[in-house]
Write a protein that binds this ligand. Structure first.
Ligand SMILES: Nc1ncnc2c1ncn2[C@@H]1O[C@H](COP(=O)(O)OP(=O)(O)OP(=O)(O)O)[C@@H](O)[C@H]1O
Ligand SMILES: [Mg+2]
Length: 240
C-alpha cells in the first residue's frame, strides 16, 4: 500500500505487576499478569469488567507506564528496563494508538488530523500528505470534508486509525475502539483492525467489552482484578 514497511513485533510479557497509590491505604495492585503473548498478524483482545485493569495493561505494554516488576519484551527490547526517553522512542518507532473517544481536533480536516503526528518528523510535507491521503482512502474516509466534526462517528474513528498508521507502526494499541460507535460503525472498525493484522502483519492489541470485536479476535484474554482469568484462542496459531 505504500513505500513504508514495518518489521513484525512479537510481545512476550511476564511477571507483570503494577500498583497505583491509594489515598491513605498504601498501594492497590491494578495488574498482576503471569505471562502474555501477542504475535504479528494477530488481534489480541483484553476483555473483562470495568476496573479490571485492561487500560492499565495497555499502558504498560506500550511503554506509557513502567511496571513495578516483570518484563515486557517486544522482539529484543524489554520496555520494563528502559527509562522514559527510550520508551518514548520505542513507541514513536513501533506503536500507533486508537482511543475510544478518538482524540481528534474537530475543527481540522481529516487529512490535517492524520498529519498531526508528522509535524516534527523528517518526512517531506509532500510525502506526508501523500501518505495521509492514501490512508484515508484505504479506510474509506471522505477526504473532501473540511472539518472532522462533519464526519460520522464511525468515520471519525477511522480518521483516528489512519492517524495511528501514519508511520506504519508494526504494533497497534486500541483502547475500547468501538465503545462509542453504533453496531454498524463498530463492525467496520473491527473489520479494519482485522485487516491491519491479516493483510499488513500488524500486532493488534485491544481492550474491549464489545462482543463483536471479541468474536473476531484471534485471542481473547479475560482479565479479572488485574489477573488473567482465562485465555481463549479463536484461530489456531502456528507453533513456533
Ligand atoms: N491513575 C490512577 N490512580 C489510582 N488508581 C487508578 C488509576 N487509574 C486506574 N486506577 C484503578 O486501577 C484499576 C484498573 O483500572 P483500569 O482503568 O486499568 O481498568 P479498565 O479495565 O480499563 O476499566 P474500564 O473498562 O472501565 O475502562 C481500577 O480499580 C482503577 O480505579
Ligand atoms: Mg479502560
Amino acid at each position: 500500500m505504500s513505500a513504508v514497511t514495518s518489521t513484525g513485533q512479537s510481545l512476550a510479557a511476564s511477571g507483570l505487576v503494577f500498583t497505583y497509590p491509594e489515598a491513605g491505604k498504601g498501594r492497590m495492585t491494578a495488574v498482576n499478569i503471569a505471562a502474555l503473548e501477542a504475535r504479528p498478524g494477530s488481534v489480541t483482545a483484553l476483555a473483562g469488567p470495568s476496573g479490571s485493569g485492561k487500560s492499565t495493561l495497555l499502558y504498560l505494554l506500550s511503554g506509557l507506564m513502567r511496571p513495578d516488576a516483570g518484563s515486557i519484551r517486544w522482539n529484543g527490547d524489554d520496555l520494563a528496563l528502559l527509562g522514559e526517553a527510550r520508551r518514548d522512542g520505542w513507541r514513536r518507532r513501533n506503536a500507533g494508538f486508537v482511543f475510544q473517544n478518538f482524540h481528534l481536533i474537530e475543527e481540522m480536516s481529516p487529512e490535517d488530523n492524520v498529519l498531526v503526528g508528522g509535524w516534527f518528523s523528517s518526512w517531506s510535507v509532500r510525502g506526508l500528505r501523500r501518505r495521509a491521503a492514501e490512508l484515508l482512502d484505504r479506510l474509506e474516509v471522505p477526504r473532501e470534508r473540511t472539518r472532522v466534526a462533519l464526519l460520522s462517528r464511525g468515520e471519525q474513528q477511522r480518521v483516528a486509525i489512519a492517524r495511528a498508521l501514519l508511520f506504519d507502526p508494526p504494533v497497534i494499541f486500541a483502547d475500547e475502539p468501538t465503545a462509542s460507535l453504533d453496531a454498524a460503525a463498530g463492525h467496520n472498525v473491527v473489520a479494519t483492525l482485522r485487516r491491519l493484522a491479516a493483510e499488513d502483519g500488524k500486532t493488534v492489541i485491544c481492550a474491549s467489552h464489545d462482543a463483536d470485536l471479541l468474536d473476531s479476535c484471534d485471542r481473547v484474554v479475560r482479565i479479572d482484578h488485574g489477573r488473567i482469568a482465562a485465555t481463549k484462542v479463536e484461530i489456531a496459531e502456528p507453533v513456533s
